[in-house]
Design a protein around this ligand. Structure first.
Ligand SMILES: [Zn+2]
Length: 88
C-alpha cells in the first residue's frame, strides 16, 4: 500500500477511459485537468473516480435526457407520437 502512482501508470488508464490529461498526474483524489475526447470539453475528473468507471460529468449530465427520461417527463407527447405513427 501507499505506492505512489506516476504519469506512466495513470495516463494510459485515463486515455482508455477517453480522457486526455493536460497536466501531470496530481494525485488520485485531486481534480485532474483533462480533455474529454468524446465531447471535446475540458473536465476535471479525479483519477480514483475514472479508475472506478466514472465518466465525464458533462456527458453524464447530458445523458440524463435519454429517451427513457423523456418518456417519463412527457408521457403524453410520446403517446401522441406513437398514435400518430400507428394511424398515419
Ligand atoms: Zn464528455
Amino acid at each position: 500500500m501507499g505506492i505512489k502512482l506516476t504519469d506512466s501508470d495513470t495516463i494510459p488508464i485515463m486515455l482508455e477511459s477517453g480522457f486526455k490529461p493536460l497536466e501531470s498526474y496530481p494525485g488520485a483524489n485531486t481534480p485532474w485537468k483533462c480533455l474529454h475526447i468524446e465531447c471535446g470539453q475540458i473536465v476535471y475528473p479525479r483519477f480514483s473516480n475514472v479508475k472506478n468507471g466514472k465518466g465525464c460529468k458533462i456527458c453524464s449530465g447530458n445523458q440524463k435526457f435519454t429517451e427513457e427520461k423523456v418518456k417519463e417527463i412527457f408521457p403524453f407527447a410520446m403517446d401522441k407520437m406513437v398514435l400518430k405513427y400507428r394511424f398515419s
